[in-house]
Design a protein around this ligand. Sequence first.
Ligand SMILES: *Cc1c(COP(=O)(O)O)cnc(C)c1O
Length: 473
Amino acid sequence: MGLEPNANIRSQLREKVMTITDRFLSGIKEAPAYVAPDKYSLDSLQINLNEKGHNPDDVFAEIEKYVDLPGINPASGNHLGYIPGGGLYTSALGDYWADITNRYAGIFYADPGAVKIENELIRWMIDLVGYPPEAWGNLASGGSIANLTAIIAAREAKGITPENVRKAVIYLSDQTHHCVEKALKIAGLNFSIVRKVPMNADLKMDPTQLELLIKKDINDGYLPFLLVSSAGTTDSGVIDPISDLDRLAKENNIWHHVDAAYGVFFLLSESCRSALLDMKKSDSLVMDPHKSLFLPYGLGVVLVKDREVLKKAFSYEANYMQDATTDDLEVSPADVSPELTKHFRGLRMWLPLKIHGLRPFRSALEEKHLLAKYFYYEILKIEGFEVFRAPEISVVMFRYRPENDEINRYNQKLIKEIHQDGRIFLSTTTVSGEFWLRVAILVFRTHKDAIDRTLSLLNEKVKEINSHPDFVS
Ligand SMILES: *Cc1c(COP(=O)(O)O)cnc(C)c1O
């Protein structure tokens, strides 16, 4: 097929894609949340390109069969593992539109409207978290790149150079998302000293311990410069004591970055809002619209309180870009991020927010928090289960206490059974050598029926395992 299909062919192709994706959405309630990769052979998914092209029907059918089914189904309301995603339809339309027009969203003069849309979204998020108007940010591809951007801003702002990098100290906890350490490495800060601040029993970073570490580091001639806290943590969903941590950071001239990739949009929910307000004290933060704003994957945002820092860290002048000096009108994304040419990803966030309005987001987030509480109370009613703590946002860690089995081994069996079943998807974690299952409730399609299904599935599997003491799946 030629590269410019005519209107008729475009309509046919579009119709086919719409039929398949609509079929996906109509079946989403019944579809498994997880299909173990070993249940599927991908051997016939081969590139085998030819000169004239394959029949689109075959190409589409292959994707429907081999891509849309095996593995985790992130669009399913029964996906309660890791930090789930979502996939708002209106956002998909934004991607479609942005790809058709292919607007150049990196530089203001190339597409003033696209950049204005991105910047309006940044201003809205600055306002949402309570940063001052001098703050700025960037729409990146995800939380990992957004964290990297903030860490580079911190490195520049605090004057970390090859001369002092080995004396520089960074404070994290064992619950900090691993992408932060990855970002430190990419940013050349793997030569610095990373201290894991001890946590309290709730897995929150302990400010008293942080204070002791900072004092000792200063006494020993080191250079404390960066603190990364979380709101909430990916594993256990708890919010670090942001305010106390921030005070210590300010007293010691340390950059305080809050990784709020998971939790931040719960600012929109009445019940969780107050627990998240202190984030505004930080120097930078990360928020993932592809998590708690239910967008499809591909959007994580960094905000930095002092926009000059962000510009200093990322702006670059190239001779061939000399026409592009309209910075006084609107900040160009290319001047505050590692990217130049970029997808016009503002549109995938703009359309849902504008079309749905804020109310459905508020109530969906409120619902996720209430469902987590519901799960917490209900799982305790099933004999043998225990929970780590009540959910602060929408994650609950829990496990079964068997009478005649080693606890970790038992819970590993349990999750294996849940995964083989596939109707719902849960993930696990290990804290201080203890194996826990967790529910993370964040898909906008997750409602009470999914939680009830989860509870009865757990009940059923536990009974099955208990009635076969030597059971090995
Ligand atoms: C998901 C997550 C990240 C990583 O973000 P990606 O969008 O997956 O790159 C970082 N921090 C926290 C707290 C997260 O939950």
